[in-house]
Structures are given as structure tokens and as C-alpha cells.
Design a protein around this ligand. Structure first.
Ligand SMILES: NC(=O)c1ccc[n+]([C@@H]2O[C@H](COP(=O)([O-])OP(=O)(O)OC[C@H]3O[C@@H](n4cnc5c(N)ncnc54)[C@H](O)[C@@H]3O)[C@@H](O)[C@H]2O)c1
Length: 255
């Protein structure tokens, strides 16, 4: 086996269509020598159908990251396919409609709590559920949308991402002793199912098209996926608690 991730065993969450960032991660990882197990949420038969479009059909384990029974059984379910894990990819996000699109001042705590449970706390939940299978050198990687500033229409999802970025730093702190890294990729806007559920998402598309110094392709998930692979690989052995921007350079440029 050859490639950047030769011999590595990965658990990849977040595939729902072949436009999912997680699909690109799984595809590239297989092309680079990794063995991939997917987790799927809700529409499992759809995820299984998408899993067949990978270079090698990947097994799919059901996982709702807010379901304690799913989390408790995850390690055993993964062991049916691989004997350990070298990497875990968290590519999960959700917020009720009231939390997005300008409703910041009116969203209820129940809706905000759902957004934080699925999009923020779940990063820790997934990592600890997979931890019994991990060993020194292992890596956890997640996807954020730069949360250092407030964005129009992103609202409570922006707050959830700020929390995710902090959660990743705390995970880096608490898993460092075990030699396990935690890093995030801050991707620019990409036309996925999650993105389409954000009313006014086209504002991001226009901003990136005008401002990203390298330009930005809204339908190319591969640059973000490549960064995930790099962080999962042995080429960032002393990097943890980091956020790598894959946004065409947008974050570095003033308006
Ligand atoms: N698309 C973008 O513009 C963009 C930019 C930066 C970061 N991100 C982040 O990338 C990640 C992946 O999103 P995507 O854009 O590929 O969209 P996507 O819709 O393809 O993926 C989102 C995934 O979250 C899963 N999910 C939702 N609720 C869940 C739950 N309770 N348990 C388990 N899984 C659940 C969905 O099943 C889906 O697979 C998210 O964290 C998103 O916030 C996306």
C-alpha cells in the first residue's frame, strides 16, 4: 500500500451526498492508502448508496451524535470492520432554521441547544467514543467556518463554530498526553446540503468570489479534503489545537 495515509484506519462521519466534504475526504483517503469506515445519520440507505460511489465501498455504521446508545456502541461497531483507528473525521453540523438567516435575536434556547449539541459538543462525544480504538500518533480532525467574526445569516451556527474551535483546543489539551492530536480545517463556502439549508448563503458565495486572493471554487471540496488528509497524516506530528484555513486566503484580507 502506498500514499499519504498508507495503512491508516479512519472513521469518517458526515457523508450524506457525494457533495459532502466528508465524501471527498473518504475518497481521497482511500486513494491514498487508507481503510475507511463511515458513520451515517438518519437516511442510512442513502449513505450506503453514496458509499458505493467511493473507489472501494465503505461500511456504514449508524451514528446520531446526540444518541448516547449509538455513542456507547460505536467502538464495538467499528471493531467489526477494523482492529483500531488512526484517525477520526468529524464533518457534522446542524442548526434548526430559526438559528440561521437573520433570526439571531429570536431563536429559542431549545433550538440553540440543538445546534450546539449536534455541531459543537458532538466533536468531544465522537472523539471520546472512538478513543478506546486510538493510540499515540492518532488524530481527530473537524470542519469549521472561521468563527473569529460574526457573519451575516450564519447566526447561532457561528456561535456553535466558535464553540467547536474552543472544543478542539480543549480536546488537544486533554488528549495530548495520549499522543492524540486535534485540529480543524476552516473551509470557505461550499455548496453542500448543509450550506443550502442556510438562507442567504449566496452572500458568502459573492464575498468569496470578490475577495479571496487565490479565487474560490464553490463546488470543489477537494482542497478542504486535502488539508484534512494532511492533518490526519504523519506530516503534522507536533501540531495540535490548530486551525488551518482552506479558504483561498479570504481570512487574511481586509475588506
Ligand atoms: N459547506 C460549507 O460551506 C462549509 C464550510 C465550512 C465548514 N463546513 C462544515 O463542514 C461540515 C460538513 O458539512 P458539509 O458542508 O459537508 O454538509 P453536508 O450536509 O454534506 O454534511 C453535514 C453532515 O452532518 C450530518 N449530521 C447532521 N446531524 C447529525 C447528527 N445528529 N448526527 C450525526 N450526523 C449528523 C448530516 O447527516 C450530514 O452528513 C460541517 O461541520 C459544516 O459546518 C461547511
Amino acid at each position: 500500500m502506498s500514499g499519504l495515509l498508507a495503512g491508516k484506519r479512519l472513521l469518517v462521519s458526515g457523508v450524506i451526498t457525494d457533495a459532502s466534504i466528508a465524501f471527498s475526504v473518504a475518497k481521497l483517503a482511500q486513494e491514498n492508502g487508507a481503510q475507511v469506515v463511515l458513520t451515517g445519520f438518519g437516511r442510512l440507505s442513502l449513505v450506503e448508496r453514496i458509499a458505493k460511489r467511493l473507489p472501494e465501498t465503505a461500511p456504514v455504521i449508524e451514528l446520531d451524535v446526540t444518541n448516547p446508545e449509538h455513542l456507547a456502541g460505536l467502538a464495538d461497531s467499528v471493531r467489526e470492520h477494523v482492529d483500531g483507528l488512526d484517525g477520526v473525521v468529524h464533518s457534522i453540523g446542524f442548526a434548526p432554521q430559526s438559528c440561521l438567516g437573520g433570526g439571531f435575536l429570536d431563536a429559542s434556547w431549545e433550538d440553540v441547544a440543538t445546534a450546539l449539541h449536534v455541531s459543537t459538543y458532538s466533536y468531544k462525544s465522537l472523539a471520546t467514543a472512538a478513543l478506546p480504538l486510538m493510540s499515540p500518533g492518532g488524530a481527530v480532525v473537524g470542519l469549521t467556518f472561521d468563527a473569529t467574526q460574526a457573519w451575516p445569516v450564519y447566526d447561532w451556527m457561528g456561535v456553535a463554530k466558535a464553540g467547536l474551535e474552543s472544543t478542539s483546543r480543549y480536546l488537544a489539551l486533554h488528549l495530548g498526553k495520549q499522543g492524540i492530536r486535534s485540529n480543524l480545517v476552516a473551509a470557505g463556502p461550499l455548496r453542500t446540503m448543509a450550506a443550502k439549508s442556510i438562507p442567504g448563503f449566496e452572500q458568502f458565495e459573492d464575498a468569496w468570489s470578490e475577495r479571496a486572493p487565490l479565487g474560490w471554487n464553490l463546488t470543489d471540496q477537494e482542497p478542504a479534503a486535502r488539508a484534512c488528509l494532511a492533518l490526519l497524516s504523519d506530516w503534522f506530528p507536533a501540531t495540535t489545537g490548530e486551525i488551518v484555513h482552506v479558504d483561498g486566503g479570504y481570512h487574511a484580507i481586509g475588506a
